[in-house]
Design a binder for this molecule. Sequence first.
Ligand code: TXA
Ligand code: MG
Length: 299
Amino acid sequence: MSTSGVDVDRAARLLLGGGVVAIPTETVYGLAATARDAIAVRRVYDLKGRPASHPLIVHFADADGAGEWAQHWSPETDALAQRFWPGPLTLIVERADFVPDFVTGGLSSVALRVPDHALTLQLLRVVGDGLAAPSANKFGLVSPTTAQHVRADLGNGVDYVLDGGPCRIGVESTIVDCTVDPPQILRPGAVTVEDIETVIRSVAASSGPSRAPGMLSSHYAPKCRLVLVESGARPTEPMSGSTRTLDARVNPSTFAREMYAELRRADDDGIDSLLIELPEPRGIGLAIRDRLSKAAAGR
Ligand code: TXA
Ligand code: MG
């Protein structure tokens, strides 16, 4: 792992010159370009193989920087930003007039986040503006939680990988849509409903098909077959071929941190079926269940 300012300066130089750089965050690695550079952002979409209609999250060093990209900054938005940034929370707000369509997929809203990772915060301060970054994986496949995962997925396509070690949380940020009243969770993550309701009076839980473009029902998918079982239940389908079992119930936070690496490991080891015992649907357990059900969809 690198802790050197030299690496941050190199990453900043490349980004300011129109490059594409993989950056560490506390959730997963992102594939970053400066958010006002149409050509660099286009390269991010091309490298991922992601449809241009799927909007990106713009990352900032602090809430003041993020706020400039918003049309309105409501008291509730501010309360969430003050309490959880830097941290694994993305806020959807009405966008300021200058915010480019190529970042928002043409939506009138924009997704903003201040990530909690020392190297990337340093990088954001040097760059001095927003970095648009989706997770640094190929479209539809497993998100990367180490620099090695990024290199395995994107190889030479990316100009530089800023190695910040393994991600501390391991699943993508909680997304809260602040353009509706009450605000609504579009994607569960490490910041939970209970956490959010300590700050604002109420938040609507994510329910049914997500309104966030790009949250397809099949996502985060490994090659092996995923079999998900509720605590204490038995698989309803017969297991065949080589099988591995993982238990997400004992320590959901630790499981979340290792989850994507485990999906990759199962494929690297040629496992046919991965059986996972699901955690309770609360806290980070909701995020684990959300990602695994999408990873298992359609196979
Ligand atoms: O933890 C994370 O959020 C990571 C790290 C790199 O920051 N990023 C991440 O980005 O997960 P991505 O692109 O893989 O997922 C972003 C999600 C997409 O599902 C996208 O549709 C949604 O955020 N999104 C972005 N802008 C939106 C908007 N204006 N309205 C609704 N959903 C939006
Ligand atoms: Mg993603």
